[in-house]
Design a protein. Sequence first.
Length: 273
Amino acid sequence: YLRELGALDETSWRGKQVIIPNYLQAASNCIVSADHYRVCCMNDCEMFLEEIETHIAEPAARPETILSVVRNMTSAEDAPPQLDASLTAQLQQIAEAHGGEVPLHSRLFAQWLHYVFPRECPFPHKSGVAASSTPMEFGERYVASSEEMLRYASEANATDVPAGMGKEELQWMSQWSPEEELITDHVSQGLRAPWERSGVATTGAVLLLLAALAGAVGFNRRPGKAQDSLLPSYGKSHFVEPPPGGTGAGVPDPSPTQRSGTRLLHDIAATVR
């Protein structure tokens, strides 16, 4: 049940560990669970994100700007966060994937905040990994038996981890994953997830535009049929750009609208090439 809730870290060499903020924010701790709403614990990470948003006032910022803001923040322990070299490097890598700026409403930045404030900010799993299931929705196996709790307690031994081991030796960021998900629409600011930067999306959009323009140029209403029916009738026309110096004998001159539409199609095709 903890695994399905996304409250279990199974990547550390120390074995399975409960992610405290994920467990506190899980559906199992909601005091009210109705069909359309739940009353759950407050997310303490929201006040950190709100403070960052207030200082930056932009959807994205450079790493040094974010670091200067976060260094002056305090957690529940009333102490500033310890921004070591690994956290600074991770923030730089997020910025490199987005053209030099870090989107504030993205999965990678939320993941970075989790390691800066591990007791307040939950770990943001990728979409589809965790489920917000109540104990009743999960089934009877949501609770551990007394025998299982005694077995896990007997296997736990705090002396297995030397007191002098640092964060790097403990592999404290073993759960970090590089997959990005943009929570809000950053397209207008030019920000996209790394895999969306290929020319496939641009080419598809241009092809759709060409198809729409081709349909608009070929649209031809027949006014003579309006007397026969109240419904408009349409026909297809195929236009050929005339050679320089005229259309030639027997070929009608295209209208100004047809000529402008043909030129527009040629300009777009040249841009795509």
